[in-house]
Each structure stands twice: as C-alpha cells, then as structure tokens.
Design a protein around this ligand. Sequence first.
Ligand SMILES: [Cu+2]
Length: 149
Amino acid sequence: MFRKSLIAVALSLVSGVASAATCSIDINSNDAMQFDTKSIEVSKECTEFTVNLHHVGKMPKNVMGHNWVLVKTPDLQGVSSDGLKAGLASDYLKADDSRIIAHTKLIGGGETDSITFPISALNGTDAYTFFCSFPGHQALMKGTLKLVD
Ligand SMILES: [Cu+2]
C-alpha cells in the first residue's frame, strides 16, 4: 500500500518535470564556435519561454564570446551587421533594437546567462532565427525557432 502510493508520487513528479521542461531549454556553446541545438520548438501552451545559455568552453568573451539572440529570420542580417558596429562593449547588439525579440548577454567560457520572454512575442506565421552576434559566429552559430501546437 505504502509502496504503491510512493510510485504514484514518483510518477506525478516525473510528469510534472516533463511538462515544465517544454517551456525552457538549456543550450550549450563552446570554444569551437558551436551551439549544441539547431532547432527549438516552443509549445503554444507555454506563456513564457526560458533559454539558459551555457558556455562550456574556457576562452574569454572578448575572444570567443557567445550570446543567444532571437529575431524574425528576415531581420537576421540587419540585426547582425548593426550589432557588429555596436561592438564588444554593447555585447555586439545595437541598443534598444526593436527587431530583437529576446537575447541573453554575451558570455565567456564557464559562464551562463538566461533569458525569459513571453510567448505573445511570437506568432505561428513568421519564421524565427536564433544566432550568436559575436563577429563571424553567425555562420555556424545559428538555428531556427518555431511555435508548435
Ligand atoms: Cu558566439
């Protein structure tokens, strides 16, 4: 009897973790200029979505800095080139750029940063791209994000 209820509690814990996990993602970046995620699906059941960006490398942010920046795909080149002009002091992002939907700060090896944004910032028709705005990284450090049922 006790054992059965223990199993029921364990099962409910597991399912609780599973549904919470769909509204956040952990992404690793490294010294080889890579994200370990190429596509992200965000459930429409989420009200907010959280990205936890980890830099698992050792290099400092002025040499191998990474951030996670979300834009509509057609805005990618414009946000990226304006970010380059903004420079390291601005985390390679133009200040108050309304085209940026969400972004973490720029981090170096061993660091982590998180960003939470409302799902109301997304819709089911636009295509979204996430990328790292550090100079030269976008070619490798890029992926897609979409809203799913
Ligand atoms: Cu990067």
